[in-house]
Ligand binder design. Structure first.
Ligand SMILES: C[S@@+](CC[C@H](N)C(=O)[O-])C[C@H]1O[C@@H](n2cnc3c(N)ncnc32)[C@H](O)[C@@H]1O
Length: 217
């Protein structure tokens, strides 16, 4: 049973496919929400995009983050090998080893950038942020809201979404499943309470996890 969000991150190409990003969207200022050890911000800025990362781990030293991340990666590897291999599509990665190498490359890319470009990595504890109104066009939320519906209640979801709609015009949340691989408990309520729609993605590592929720003001 996973009782807190794990410290694993996806890379730039995975983000593009998870959130259906195109050049038009990437041309805007983007906030990566609960970005952890993802390399989207590092790789994106290296390509010339304006991406800011935000997470509650960004008050830690790179070495401390690396230590935690290695532990979580080993935990998830064990989890995949022992129980959950069949819950995932193995066309995204050739094997569990290939998956682990990709995750290691991702966190190492993040750590290199984190050490030298600290200003892009803003210590943030959601649901509140220190960003200005309209500071970004788009907020991308990967493997945080919806997924952990066993940890974050609807109040937390609503407060975070309202805060992100203050600082950005559009929010994209991926995936729309929870950790059991079922539709997240809060998906229907968000679709009802906000101007929101679902789009299909061509990224589907979790079986059935090929959808992104798009919320607009
Ligand atoms: C599974 S990782 C997701 C990383 C990245 N978004 C991705 O999709 O690859 C979840 C992240 O949520 C962060 N987190 C958990 N609770 C948080 C909170 N209240 N405020 C900010 N970050 C939080 C954790 O530190 C962790 O980095």
């Amino acid at each position: 049973m996973i009782l807190r969000p794990v410290l694993l991150g996806r890379n730039f190409n995975e983000y593009v496919r998870m959130f259906n990003l195109n050049e038009d969207l990437l041309g805007n200022k983007i906030l990566d929400v609960a970005s952890g050890v993802s390399s989207f911000c590092a790789e994106g800025n290296a390509k010339g995009y304006k991406i800011t990362a935000s997470d509650k781990i960004y008050n830690l030293k790179a070495e401390e983050i690396e230590e935690r991340c290695k532990k979580d990666l080993d935990f998830m590897e064990k989890h995949l090998k022992e129980k959950f291999k069949d819950s995932f599509n193995w066309n995204e990665f050739n094997s569990i080893d290939d998956w682990k190498k990709t995750r290691e490359r991702t966190y190492k890319t993040f750590l290199e950038d984190y050490k030298i470009n600290k200003g892009r990595y803003i210590y943030t504890i959601y649901p509140k942020t220190q960003f200005k109104d309209d500071e970004f066009y788009l907020s991308v939320v990967g493997h945080f809201l919806l997924l952990y519906d066993n940890i974050f209640d609807y109040k937390f979801h609503k407060e975070t979404i309202d805060e992100l709609l203050r600082v950005s015009e559009e929010i994209r949340i991926f995936p729309v499943l929870n950790l059991k691989g079922e539709k997240s408990l809060f998906l229907d309520k968000i679709l009802n309470d906000y101007k929101a729609k679902i789009e299909k993605t061509d990224y589907e590592f979790m079986k059935g996890g090929n959808k992104v929720l798009i919320i607009r003001r």
